[in-house]
Write a protein that binds this ligand. Sequence first.
Ligand code: NDP
Ligand code: KPL
Length: 312
Amino acid sequence: MKVAVAGVGAMGTRFALKLKQAGNDVTVVDGWDERVAALKQGGLRANLDGEEVAVDVPVYGQKEVPHDLHFDVVLFFTKSMQLEQMVKDMLPVFDDDTLALCLMNGIGHEKTLEKYLPKNRVFLGNTMWTAQMTRPDHVLLEDDGSCELRNVEPGEPQDRRAAELVKTLDEAGLKARLLDDPRYSVFRKGCVNGTLNTLCTLFECNLEEFGKTSRAHEMVVGVVKEFAAVGEKEGIHLDVDEAVKHVEDCYRVIGAHYPSMYQDLVKNKRRTEIDYINGYVARHGKKYGLATPLCDLLTAELHTKEELQNAQ
Ligand SMILES: NC(=O)C1=CN([C@@H]2O[C@H](COP(=O)(O)OP(=O)(O)OC[C@H]3O[C@@H](n4cnc5c(N)ncnc54)[C@H](OP(=O)(O)O)[C@@H]3O)[C@@H](O)[C@H]2O)C=CC1
Ligand SMILES: CC(C)(CO)C(=O)C(=O)O
C-alpha cells in the first residue's frame, strides 16, 4: 500500500516504521523543521523493543510536498491543534481515491477532515500503542498496543477499504481491528486520555503510579461519567463500567508509560491537547445544558499549568 504519514513525531514514526518494515511504500511529512532535517539525514531512527533501527523513507516538509505524488491513504498523526493545517497542506496530493485515516487522540477530528474531504473517504479510530520522542532524531517505541478504525460513513467501497486498511496495519504488526462504530471508539479512548493523560500530567506521574493512589478509581469514574453524558447527547451510548475497566487496565498493560500529554507539557513545555479531550466534554456539556464540573476544572487546571510553564 502507498502510505503517507502526515505528522511523524513519536507515534507517526511507530506507524511509518512498522508499515515500511512490512513492505509498504511509505512517505513521511512533518512541519517541525528540526525533525524534518533529522529525518532527511538519518531516516526514521528508533529504539524498537530494545533494538536500534534506522529506516530510510522519502521525507518532505509540510509546505514542500510535491503535488504529483499519489497515495492510497494519508495517515494523520499530528497533535490535535496542528491537524487542520496539515490537512490543508496535504490536500493537493489527495486524488479521487485517496483515503484519510486519523488515529490521533482527541474528539471531533472527523469534523476537521470532513471540512475538506468527502465523508466517504474519512476513516477514524485510535491507537493504544505508546511512543516517545527522545530527541528530534530518535524515538522510543516499547510496550504492547493495538489500533482500531472504520470509515465514518457506512457503504461501499469504503467498508471494503476499511477492511483492507485493517489488514495492512495488522500485517505490519500494529494489531489492528475493524470497528463497528468509530465515534464510540473515539469517546471510549477519550475516557483513557481524559483521565490518565490529564491527571498524570497534573500530578507528574506515570500510569501505574497514578493507579496506585487511593482516590484514582473515584476520579476515573467521575470523569468517565461526564464523557458518557456528553456522548449520549451525540448518539453514543458508552458502557461506563466497561470504559472504566478499559482505563484501569492501562495501569497493568502500559503502567510505566508517561502519557503523551505529560511528554508535551512536563518534558517539552509544549501546549497540550486538553481542549480536544476534557475541553471537548466541558464545551459540549455547556451546549447541551449538562453539568461537567470535573472536565471544566481539569481543563482550567491544565491551561493554568501551561501558563505557569510558559508552554509554547
Ligand atoms: N505518544 C504516545 O504515546 C501517543 C500519542 N497519541 C496521539 O498521537 C498524536 C501524535 O502525538 P505524538 O506522536 O505523541 O506527538 P509528538 O510529541 O511526537 O510531537 C508532535 C509535534 O509536536 C512538536 N514537538 C514535539 N516535541 C517537540 C520538541 N521537543 N521540540 C519542539 N517541538 C516539538 C512538533 O511539532 P511543531 O514543531 O510543528 O509544533 C512535532 O511534530 C497525538 O494526537 C497524540 O495524542 C496517541 C496514543 C499514544
Ligand atoms: C498511551 C495512552 C493510552 C496513555 O494514556 C495515550 O493515549 C497517550 O499517551 O496519549
